[in-house]
Design a protein around this ligand. Structure first.
Ligand code: TRP
Length: 470
């Protein structure tokens, strides 16, 4: 295709590569670390159901919107939004979506990298035999020692930022193409085996019911404590967090998918690709839940244990299963890889933009962006030790939690809302129709209805509910 419009940052060599890379971005700590721990905190089934609804009614339609905008703009999200707003005669202010996305990307990477650092540390814990035969109590203390040490956390965080920067500096495609298509399927197989282990050794029925038994009263409740002391209050928070997580896990709302969309070949179908990506991502999260909760219940651990949940439970399984020494090590290596292929999409929008407007090399841009994310990340690392006290908290949240909350639950849905509004009202039907080139008119009409009404209204309702208006 001689007259194909190309991005200056390079192109995916095929649609399949785009799908793999985007699955690489979507599947990460969000699925394996965050999904189980927030599901545990917000009480299970009802939360999972809301999350699944958000994926279907908000996530998938907005992902299609991001990909189509990216491909039409063929540039960084900031430049894409500027260019398309101009072409469509809409306000230049739409480019704020791109700028806000860059800020959200920094905020997310600055805590993501610290958790990825835990996974790195666990590769070595496991390889060194530190998890062999471990008990639940022993596992909690290994985790406690790690997060209690600012030095260790900062070192691992630094290593992870360097890894991310190195790939982005080379160009996303070169750093990624081959590795992702081998390692993501490997992670998937490992998770299946873990679920098998949980089925045999864990309290599978209880774990399964926890994930899928829907108790509607829990949709609007936040509970804490255990057993007879459990105390619940009415709150819109679970809804907000479930919706925020739908954005987080699909990498939506900040331009990451728009940036990846910019490198998609002209005639590749967007709809099928998007659905494949979302289904793969959701499967991985549900498998992670099915692997973890049976072990949580069988070892008497607390589902609401917080961000340390998987790092306290999985080692109990690895430490006591045959071949667990090797298996655990490989698992954490794959987890690091999943985090790595995600984190690069967090900085790609910023790096691509710097290359466009400053004419810097990718290497310079990547290192500058990496340095800033590194600096911001120090605060996240200290949130677990020197800055963990109440005097360092805002609204009862440490800096780590606060960054996650603001970025995931506020900035991403807001970004997604604006993206939906731009596609549906700012640009209009002809652009979407051309770019999606869906052959079945009914399918297009259904998507068009959802992106115009269902997704924006859904996001608005959850926001209004969480501030107590609804
Ligand atoms: N989706 C990734 C995960 O689940 C994290 C991630 C990568 C992300 N890029 C993003 C989240 C962009 C929000 C926006 O681990």
């Amino acid at each position: 295709m001689g007259n194909q419009r190309e991005s200056v940052h390079g192109m995916w060599s095929s649609r399949a590569v785009f799908v793999m890379a985007t699955i690489g971005s979507a599947v990460g700590l969000g699925n394996i670390w965050k999904f189980p721990y927030i599901t545990g905190e917000y009480g299970g089934g009802a939360f999972v159901l809301v999350y699944l609804l958000c994926i279907a009614l908000i996530g998938i339609p907005i992902m299609m919107a991001e990909v189509l905008l990216g491909r039409r703009g063929r540039a960084s999200p900031i430049s894409t939004m500027k260019r398309l707003a101009r072409e469509e005669g809409a306000s230049a202010a739409w480019s704020l979506v791109g700028y806000a996305g860059v800020v959200a990307g920094f905020l997310i990477l600055s805590f993501y990298s610290v958790v990825a650092g835990w996974a790195l540390a666990y590769v070595f814990q496991s390889a060194g035999g530190g998890l062999n035969g471990i008990t639940a109590a022993g596992s909690a203390s290994v985790f406690g020692d790690l997060v209690g040490s600012p030095d260790q956390l900062v070192v691992w965080h630094t290593v992870f930022i360097l890894m991310t920067t190195a790939v982005v500096a080379r160009g996303v495609r070169h750093g990624l193409e081959r590795a992702v298509s081998v390692l993501m399927p490997a992670l998937f197989v490992m998770l299946l085996i873990m679920v098998g282990y949980a089925y045999v050794e864990g309290d599978f029925a209880r774990g399964f019911n926890f994930l899928f038994e829907v108790n509607f009263s829990r949709v609007f409740q936040v509970c804490s404590g255990e057993g007879a002391q459990i105390a619940c209050r009415v709150s819109g928070e679970p809804l907000l967090v479930a919706m925020g997580h739908a954005f987080f896990t699909l990498s939506l709302g900040m331009g990451a998918i728009m940036a990846y969309g910019a490198y998609v070949p002209d005639h590749a179908s967007i709809t099928g690709a998007t659905i494949t990506i979302a289904v793969a991502d959701t499967l991985v999260a549900l498998l992670a839940g099915l692997a973890i909760f049976p072990i949580v219940f069988a070892s008497g651990l607390e589902p609401g244990a917080g961000p340390g949940l998987i790092f306290q439970t999985l080692p109990v399984a690895f430490g006591n299963m045959p071949g667990g020494h090797l298996f655990g090590t490989v698992f954490f290596v794959l987890l690091v890889f999943a985090a790595w292929s995600s984190s690069i999409s967090l900085v790609e929008p910023a790096v691509a933009w710097l290359v466009e407007v400053r004419r810097w090399s990718r290497v310079t841009a990547a290192f500058l962006v990496g340095a800033l994310a590194w600096l911001l990340g120090i605060g996240s690392a200290l949130s677990f030790n020197v800055w963990s006290g109440p005097e360092y908290q805002v609204l009862g949240k440490t800096l780590f939690d606060l960054k996650d909350f603001v970025a995931s639950n506020i900035m991403l849905p807001l970004g997604g809302l604006l993206i939906a509004l731009f596609v549906a009202y700012g640009a209009g039907r002809h652009m979407a129709l051309e770019e999606l080139s869906i052959s079945r008119q009914r399918l297009f009409d259904a998507w068009w209805f959802v992106i115009r009404y269902v997704s924006p209204v859904g996001i608005a309702i959850v926001f209004l509910n969480s501030v107590g208006v609804l």
